[in-house]
Design a protein around this ligand. Structure first.
Ligand code: UDP
Ligand code: MG
Length: 311
C-alpha cells in the first residue's frame, strides 16, 4: 500500500501535541486506502515535549520521532523529518493545528488523482495576527518578489504535501541557510494551492518574535537574491556622481567667491552622507560574506540525540 509521511516540527509544544494527534487521528482514519506515518521532530524543546512524544509513540503505532540535541530551528527540523520520511508523499505541518489536518484528504487527491506533484496551502487572510506583523509581512513579500526570480506566494504556509521526487529534490539541497518557503518554490513542480481561513494556535504561544521574523526575512532575501549587491553598487555610483557634481560646484564657489570657510558645512554633510552609504554597502557585502562563511564550514544541519527507530 502507498505510504504518506507527515513531518511535524515541534519546539516547546507540550500542550499542543495531544490535541494535535487527536485531530490528526480522525483524519488519518478517513484515509483508508493509504498507510500513514507521523514523524515528530523535537527541535530541542525546553519543556517536556520529548516525553510526550514517547507517550504518543506508545499510543499510536504509526508515530515515530526524532529528537535534536538542541534547538536548530524549524528549517532544520523540516529537513530532518523529510530525510527520515519513507513515504511516497510527505507533508510538512505545524504542531499547533494552525495547519488544518482536515485539508489532507483533498491535498492527497490532488497529487494522486489530479496529476499534481505537490499541494500547497495558503492563508486567505491574516486574521488574529497583530496588524503591524501583517503589514511588514506584506511588505516583505512585495520586496522579495520584486527582487528575486523565485516568486513567493503571499500567505503561503510551510504546510505542504510533496511527491517523492520533490522531497528528494529538497533534501538534496545542501545549503545551510534554509528558507523553506523559497526552497519549495525554487524546486518547481506542479502545485495545486488550497486556501484556508487563518486559525489561531490551540495551545502554547508563537515562537516567532518580531525580531526573529525580521531576521528570517533578511535570510530569505539574502538566500534567494543577489539584488541587494547590485543595489549597493548602484547606490555607490549614484553617490559618486552626486559628489562629483558637488566637488565641481564647491570648486567654482571657491575660485569665484573665495569664501571657503562657508563651505565647511556642506563638506561635512557630504562626508557624513558618503560614509553612511559606504557603511550601508559594506553591510550588504558583509551579509553575503557571512552566509558564504557559514556554507563553507559545511556543518551538519542538525544533530540527532534520540531517534524512536533506534530507541
Ligand atoms: N518550530 C520549531 N523550531 C523553532 C520554532 C518553531 O520546530 O525554532 C515549530 C513549532 O513547534 C511549530 C511550527 O514550527 O510547530 C511553527 O511555529 P509557530 O506556530 O510558533 O509559528 P507561527 O505559526 O506563529 O508562524
Ligand atoms: Mg503556529
Amino acid at each position: 500500500m502507498a505510504l504518506l509521511s507527515l513531518v511535524v516540527p515541534c519546539y516547546n509544544e507540550k500542550d499542543a501535541l495531544h490535541p494535535f494527534m487527536e485531530e490528526l487521528e480522525r483524519v488519518i482514519n478517513q484515509l483508508t486506502d493509504i498507510q500513514t506515518e507521523v514523524i515528530l521532530v523535537n527541535d530541542g524543546s525546553r519543556d517536556n515535549t520529548l516525553e510526550i512524544m514517547r507517550e504518543l509513540r506508545d499510543k499510536y503505532e504509526y508515530v515515530r520521532y526524532i529528537s535534536f540535541s538542541r534547538n536548530f530551528g524549524k528549517e532544520s527540523a523540516i529537513l530532518a523529518g523529510l530525510s527520515a520520511a519513507k513515504g511516497d508523499w510527505a507533508a510538512v505541518m505545524d504542531a499547533d493545528l494552525q495547519d488544518p489536518p482536515a485539508l489532507l484528504p483533498d491535498m492527497l487527491k490532488a497529487v494522486r488523482e489530479e496529476g499534481y506533484d505537490c499541494a500547497g496551502t495558503r492563508r486567505m487572510n491574516r486574521k488574529g495576527e497583530p496588524p503591524i506583523r501583517s503589514f511588514f509581512a506584506r511588505r516583505f513579500y512585495r520586496l522579495i518578489n520584486k527582487m528575486s526570480d523565485t516568486k513567493l506566494v503571499d500567505g503561503a504556509r510551510d504546510y505542504k504535501l510533496l511527491s517523492r521526487a520533490a522531497v528528494d529534490a529538497l533534501i538534496a539541497m545542501p545549503e545551510v541557510n534554509r528558507f523553506s518557503k523559497g526552497l519549495y518554490e525554487w524546486i518547481g513542480f506542479r502545485t495545486k494551492w488550497f486556501a484556508f481561513e487563518n486559525v489561531e494556535r490551540v495551545a502554547g504561544e508563537t515562537k516567532w518574535s518580531f525580531w526573529k521574523l525580521f531576521k528570517y526575512s533578511i535570510e530569505g532575501i539574502v538566500s534567494f537574491t543577489t539584488m541587494p549587491l547590485k543595489l549597493a553598487a548602484l547606490l555607490g555610483v549614484l553617490f559618486m556622481l552626486a559628489s562629483f557634481i558637488s566637488i565641481v560646484a564647491l570648486a567654482v564657489r571657491q575660485f569665484v567667491y573665495h569664501n571657503s570657510v562657508d563651505g565647511w558645512t556642506s563638506i561635512v554633510c557630504i562626508m557624513l552622507m558618503l560614509s553612511g552609504v559606504q557603511l550601508f554597502c559594506m553591510g550588504i557585502f558583509g551579509q553575503y560574506l557571512a552566509k558564504m562563511y557559514m556554507e563553507i564550514k559545511k556543518r551538519p544541519h542538525y544533530i540527532i540525540a534520540e531517534n524512536s527507530d533506534k530507541a
